[in-house]
Ligand binder design. Sequence first.
Ligand code: 13P
Length: 257
Amino acid sequence: MAAGSARVPVIAGNWKMHKTQAETREFFAAFLPLVAGAKHCEIVVAPPFTALAAAVEAARDSAVMIGAQDLYWEPQGAFTGEVSAGMLVESGCRAVIVGHSERREHFGETDDIVARKTRATLDAGLRPIVCVGETLREREEGKMEEVLERQFHGAFGALTAQAFSPILVAYEPVWAIGTGRTATPQLAAEAHGFLRSLAASRFGHEAAARLRILYGGSVKPANIRGLMAMEEIDGALVGGASLEAMSFAELVNYREG
Ligand code: 13P
């Protein structure tokens, strides 16, 4: 992110379905000393549910915020297999990834579900990291803006500007996730600019100027600096490269290289 902007960058790791509790403890033992001096950005790590408590415990005396990768919107009840926002708060989580494209694609999450989950996350005082992004086909058909607009309004259309303010938006073009095919900084910045314009027309210019938009999709130590140099890019949501303490620390420490 360019100097002069007041938006504090966020480097977030989405571990997806990786790491046991033992591996989680091992990761933090190696990772925390490497990022102890990082004051320029917020750091989030989102392990699977079963490793959340281990992660919270391991990160207790650090600035690293622990997040979940999903939640269910009801507070409790007969919803086998689901986890509520209150349960996440109790386990020490402070953020939740909502509407990841893998959840939309493999688990049938609709814009309406994403809206409910976003609301439940906000109501519990957790920070939602809401993912949007087009598929390759949608991009090739020239539908990127249409898709982003539908996802943005689907998730946030019913919120007030105040309710919207803690939200982090992650732009994750589906064609760039796990493929090694990163969006160029220019392409990503263009999409971020479009998302910011949607935020401006729905919630006003101030809210839009404060909104932090993370880029996700094959972010690696080799491409983070180019991405973070763009004024529009306020951070990264990282899959594969967040699994290794060294590479994730390199991403967090992108300013030093
Ligand atoms: P990769 O960094 O592995 O492409 O994953 C991106 C992602 O989906 C983060 O949520």
